[in-house]
Design a protein around this ligand. Structure first.
Ligand code: ZN
Length: 482
């Protein structure tokens, strides 16, 4: 009996020892805050001017007004004369923009920076809710206001400002650097990013690393973690809509069968909701838990420090919140349903549509098999409507990731840096044909209030954030081959 107690004590000691010695994150604590060097009224004015051009994309391409897109391209040309005089510029499929900045060493693989200059529309009737007009580009309260200020004209303008100034200073990059700006990211990227990535592939232009939007420095993004976190997106979930359909002979609602077609669909939906796809920790999520888990209090730190033992428990805890659950499994949301057109008519058919988000590691076929297996006892057809498979997972033991980490450490001292899984989507997923090292990170700090402003009323960026972005890109480009 003594031995059992002794073993239990030793085991508990081992677990606690591992917890106490668990290294929580990778930054240098207590470093002085970074002092922003960029302070140019001109740069701020350029972002303001860029916001004024209403480059709103539209899923119905034939309804699109291309005039603002032409205006935007013209604006870039007239504003960034050094770039247009010394870089190679190409329009791909009319509105995809590619800039090539020639570097010294042609043996080194080039870098690619992405962005998109289309923006989402302003919801009709909400224009007056804005403190300053949605396309005013107003500079007020130390912020630049309007659609695209956060998503993501700021990134394009910061990159252009950086290059324009570096060229003026006579700087020549060590390796070729490309900028590629899409015109339809907000509606799927099929005429912009897709065509640009095909252009690169056809011309055998392959990259050392690709950088795009999605991750940023967030405050309060993760419950229970107070410090700033720099999240670098290394993979994106996929997307799949599935229709299920049940048929019956219809008839008068006064003499119904035990189950109508709608009843059958309802049973299927219940079964699907009761039996989610299996949960697991894909590598971006496992990495993120390791990096931030230590900041969520002693108990969670203990679980994370001893992941080999507590992984099932961690998964169970994460499954309890919809936000966390989305990170650990392919989610299925039943969203649409259609049956009879009148209350007294039995439906001849009923159908429902579900929207699934595919976790890297799963794929649409696994999901369809899962659904088919669940509804096999009912007379139901299963039909996938649209599929976008999850992205590949970018490795983090690369020069492209480490250099990004280094610059983040310098510009944002005292934060946690972590890879993460992007639950939405960006243009960058289309570039895995020309590079496996794709990292999604925009160097600005977003607080809770600003987080709500993406695609929303009162989208704005602080001047401090914008200036820091220019500093960041300058440092990142200049330091990459040091
Ligand atoms: Zn965006």
């Amino acid at each position: 009996m003594h031995y059992v107690i002794l073993l239990a004590v030793l085991f508990a000691g081992f677990i606690i020892f591992r917890t106490i010695t668990f290294k929580t994150h990778t930054t240098n604590n207590n470093q002085d805050n970074y002092v922003i060097k960029t302070n140019s009224q001109e740069s701020i004015k350029h972002l303001s001017d860029a916001i004024k051009i209403k480059t709103v994309s539209n899923i119905n391409y034939e309804e699109l007004d291309y005039k603002p897109f032409e205006d935007f391209i013209e604006f870039l040309k007239s504003t960034y004369t050094n770039i247009h005089n010394s870089m190679e510029f190409k329009r791909i499929n009319n509105y995809g923009l590619v800039y090539k900045w020639n570097g010294k060493d042609k043996d080194k693989k080039p870098l690619l920076f992405l962005g998109h200059y289309d923006v989402v529309p302003v919801e009709q009737g909400t224009e007056d809710d804005w403190e300053y007009g949605p396309f005013s580009g107003e500079i007020a309260e130390n912020k630049i206001w309007g659609r695209g200020s956060l998503d993501i004209k700021s990134q394009i303008i910061a990159l252009m400002e950086t290059a324009e100034k570096l060229i003026e200073e006579g700087y020549v990059p060590e390796r070729d650097i490309y900028f590629a700006f899409g015109n339809d990211e907000e509606v799927g990227g099929k005429t912009g990013a897709l065509k640009i990535s095909e252009y690169f592939e056809i011309n055998k232009i392959f990259f050392e690393a690709v950088y795009d939007e999605c991750g940023f420095v967030a405050i309060g993004a993760i419950k229970g973690v107070d410090c700033q976190i720099a999240q670098i997106g290394i993979a994106e979930k996929g997307y799949c809509n599935i229709k299920i359909k049940s048929a019956s002979s219809g008839g008068h609602a006064a003499m119904p069968p035990q189950n109508t077609a709608l009843g059958v669909i309802a049973k299927a939906i219940c079964k699907i909701e009761k039996n989610p796809m299996p949960a697991y920790l894909c590598s971006p999520v496992a990495n993120m838990i390791k990096n931030i888990g230590g900041e969520k209090g002693f108990i969670f730190k203990m679980l994370v420090a001893n992941m080999w033992l507590f992984k099932p428990l961690i998964i169970k805890i994460l499954a309890n919140s919809p936000n966390d659950n989305a990170m650990i499994r392919t989610t299925i949301a039943n969203t649409m349903c259609k049956a009879s057109d009148a209350p007294n008519v039995l439906p001849q058919s009923a159908e429902a549509v579900m929207n699934a988000r595919l976790l890297p590691g799963d794929n649409s076929q696994k999901l369809i098999d899962h659904i088919k297996n669940l509804v096999k006892d009912y007379d139901i057809e299963v039909e996938p409507l649209s599929i976008r498979e999850p992205s590949e997972i970018s490795p983090i033991d690369t020069k492209g990731y480490k250099k990004l980490e280094n610059t983040i450490k310098e510009i944002f001292p005292n934060i946690i840096i972590t890879p993460y899984l992007v639950v939405g989507g960006s243009d960058s997923r289309k570039y895995y044909n020309v590079c496996k090292n794709i990292y999604r990170f925009t160097p600005f700090i977003v607080n809770d209030e600003e987080m709500k402003a993406f695609h929303n009323t009162n989208e704005r960026i602080t001047i401090e954030n914008f200036n820091r972005m220019i500093d960041f890109y300058k440092k990142f480009i200049v330091d990459f081959d040091k």
